[in-house]
Write a protein that binds this ligand. Sequence first.
Ligand SMILES: [Zn+2]
Length: 325
Amino acid sequence: MIEKNRDFPREITVLRTILRRFSLNPQMHAELESKLSRKLAGYKGEKELDYHISQIDHARFHIFHDLRIPHNNTHFQIDSLLISDTFMLVIDSKNYAGTLDFYPEFNYLLQTWNGIEKVYPDPILQTRTQAAQLKSFLIKHHFTPPPIEFIVSISNSQAIIRNPGNSHEVRMRVCKTPAVAYKIQSFNDKYQNEVLSIKEIRKMTKLLLKSHEPYIPDIPSMHLPMNQVHKGVQCPECGEIGMKRIYGNWVCKKCGHLSKEAHIAALRDFFIIYGPAITSRQFSEFLNIFSIHQSKRLLSALELDSTGSTKGRIYTPGKNFQLWE
Ligand SMILES: [Zn+2]
């Protein structure tokens, strides 16, 4: 059964917000654009992995998509984790294109794509490390971990996997995403002894779900030009920033689109850029609303959490406001 679905990556939402709201120098703009497209390609590969995992016999496995667990002053991240009563399996998804030469004996991967060679850390070693961190995390929480296996799933259908050293490790641990179900089956055949009770799996599931902390990029450490933020309500139709509130509607001066709710997306942008707290004055300023009373009306209609007196009231997203996609 699926214990945890994959959430839409918050990092992608943050990058999109920055690219929409900031005037960036061309170099920074290009860097963030390329980071965004890498993250989108990675997410696409992970969704494909989810699809192929969904093809296996679910009754046998407890499945977790995307876990990020704090451990020993850092975090370890697992793209997909499967737990059965006989073993655990950590799966890492990579979306590298081109020809991929694995050199596990030297701990690197050589990618050749469009005539350009690039070296990456060995994904087998990375995934082995995730499995070791998971084991250590479980021991710390008084579990006796079952055997923990790991594989690397290459999602790019055009990628060519090569194993120049004819390494057993590469043959065993690396596959194209559509072959993941067969890999799972082979581990399933290998491990026959029941080592985890239903009760232990339930306790483990609870611990993993409780410990998960989604990654959110830290805006202050990104050195963004904080005085170069485009303020205003963005048109959901054409993307123009600067809609005007006229008789209960947001009106786009460029395309004429009307919206009742375009301020919600603007508030979300504010929370992502400045952090999850806003006053009605900040709301007025960010959305270019001239009447403070109108700001207060719009804010209170959103049923945010709030603290403080009427004048200095601070609003935070709370459970009624969907900050993330
Ligand atoms: Zn428009």
